[in-house]
Design a protein around this ligand. Structure first.
Ligand SMILES: *[C@@H]1O[C@H](CO)[C@@H](O)[C@H](O)[C@H]1NC(C)=O
Ligand SMILES: *[C@@H]1O[C@H](CO)[C@@H](O)[C@H](O)[C@H]1NC(C)=O
Ligand SMILES: *[C@@H]1O[C@H](CO)[C@@H](O)[C@H](O)[C@H]1NC(C)=O
Length: 441
């Protein structure tokens, strides 16, 4: 008899304990979220001594904050813009930046120190310079800091002078791109394609093939945007044509900066700012070149097959590991020893890669604390690494192209996600053949 009483008492006690436990968890959760919201205007730092577990928790919280919560999505765009920074940098990233006299390394360590000190930044020392008075101010600083600056290739010198410049003014915007009523649905996949004003024919081929906007299998909506700068002043002015094209297709973004290989990092950064502002709810982003052939149905099938926990931190493509800077001044990818020392993080080739839309905000925030690098896909990987994310290789991405004898083969292409590089004519033919009912593979 007394045994039953004890049992009943125990059951009641343990249920009470459980109820208390869960309600405290809930409280803690709410409290934590609140703390993050309140801290939104200060810099939050994960000092190097803390470990990855902590980082992962904070990371998840940050991600939750920057994605689906009603509190964050109901704010007006102005409020979003006004939101400050919450910074969480992975310890691995910090450890892997070699302490070196190279300029970039020194700049990076200075920024990390700034973060560790917990201050929100010394405006005189580390200001990200406003447009357009950036670019001219730093020449003296460069000559002082880089002994062999005079031996850098001219365009490299130009890159360095503009290295602190961000936020170029937008010339052609598409503010309603991701939210328009067309196909009435949220954007599932945004295809963000790097192009230049004179590449109209390529854009047209992309629009007619893998970049076609609309509702796809599974009911998901795909939208396309081309990312453009301005042609150099020496080139014929295509401004009027680009404006017309933008009005007609409503898929052009153009910023007021000069198109050049070394400005691709700037372009990428400008795109991320735009996406954070105008496309915050997008599930996935494909970022690539206008001369690749991407297989959009295969991309969608891959995205649908993802485990939701993996999807939130997705960063995949053709992954290049153990790469280091080219030290040959004639190479397109030349990086002087006095500019950068160290290996590159594993990166997904910039010809085309995929990532999760929920990472836009955290990446953009972190990028403020990572000096620009002249090679855009390496820079992107640096930002991902700072977030604690390494790219996952996917064999469907063939940014170095496939075997010569397979290049016309529609069957081979059906199984791929991306190949580099195809002419507009090849794109049209491949697409037609791949979707032909007569094709038997
Ligand atoms: C990480 O930190 C937590 C809390 O400080 C600690 O319990 C845990 O053992 C640490 N893990 C490692 C791998 O150092
Ligand atoms: C910022 O840096 C400058 C130059 O190094 C220094 O003179 C100034 O005292 C610093 N300001 C603060 C608030 O630390
Ligand atoms: C990048 O764009 C800016 C703004 O137009 C320009 O001043 C700079 O020269 C460009 N950089 C390169 C490397 O062309």
């Amino acid at each position: 008899m007394w045994r039953t009483k004890v049992m009943v008492a125990m059951v009641i006690a343990s249920s009470l304990a459980l109820v208390l436990f869960y309600s405290s968890l809930n409280l803690e959760e709410v409290h934590r979220r609140k703390a993050f919201v309140e801290a939104a205007n200060t810099v939050l730092v994960v000092p190097a001594r803390r470990n990855a577990t902590l980082h992962a928790t904070l990371h998840a919280t940050l991600q939750a904050m920057t994605t689906g919560h009603p509190q964050t999505t109901s704010r007006s765009p102005q409020q979003k813009e006004a939101t400050g920074i919450s910074i969480l940098i992975s310890t691995k990233f910090i450890q892997d930046v070699p302490k070196s006299s190279a300029y970039w390394n020194r700049r990076q360590h200075a920024l990390l120190k700034l973060l560790e000190s917990g201050s929100s930044g010394n405006a005189t020392e580390n200001k990200i310079l406003g447009w357009p008075d950036c670019g001219t101010t730093s020449l003296e600083r460069l000559v002082t800091n880089i002994q062999d600056f005079g031996t850098y290739p001219p365009l490299y010198q130009v890159f360095l002078q503009g290295m602190e410049c961000r936020d170029p003014p937008i010339l052609i915007d598409q503010p309603g791109k991701c939210t328009s009523d067309e196909w009435d649905g949220k954007t599932f996949l945004l295809l963000a394609i790097k192009s230049i004003p004179q590449n109209f024919e390529r854009r047209q081929a992309v629009r007619k093939t893998w970049g076609r906007e609309g509702r796809y299998e599974g009911g998901v909506v795909v939208r396309t945007i081309f990312l453009l700068g301005r042609s150099p002043p020496e080139d014929p002015d295509l401004g009027a044509l680009v404006s017309f094209e933008a009005l007609h297709y409503r898929d052009i973004l153009q910023w007021d900066f000069r198109e050049s290989f070394y400005n691709l990092t700037l372009k990428d950064n400008a795109f991320m700012s735009w996406a954070a502002r105008s496309c915050p709810g997008v599930a996935f982003i494909f970022k690539g070149d206008d001369d690749v052939f991407a297989n959009t149905p295969a991309i969608l099938a891959f995205l649908h097959s993802l485990d939701p926990t993996k999807a939130a931190g997705l960063y995949t493509g053709h992954v290049v590991t153990n790469a280091s800077p080219f030290r040959d001044a004639k190479s397109k990818y030349y990086v002087p020893v006095s500019f950068y020392e160290g290996a590159y993080p594993a990166y997904a080739g910039g010809g085309g890669f995929l990532f999760s839309g929920s990472l836009i905000r955290p990446l953009l925030t972190l990028s403020r604390f990572i000096p620009f690098f002249p090679i855009d896909d390496v820079y992107t990987a640096m930002c991902f690494k700072a977030l604690g994310i390494t790219p996952v290789a996917h064999s469907g991405f063939q940014t170095f192209d496939i075997r010569e004898e397979d290049r016309q083969n529609a069957c081979v292409h059906r199984a791929l996600i991306l190949v580099h590089q195809r002419s507009p004519q090849q794109m049209l033919r491949l697409w037609r053949d791949m979707h032909s009912p007569l094709l038997t593979c």
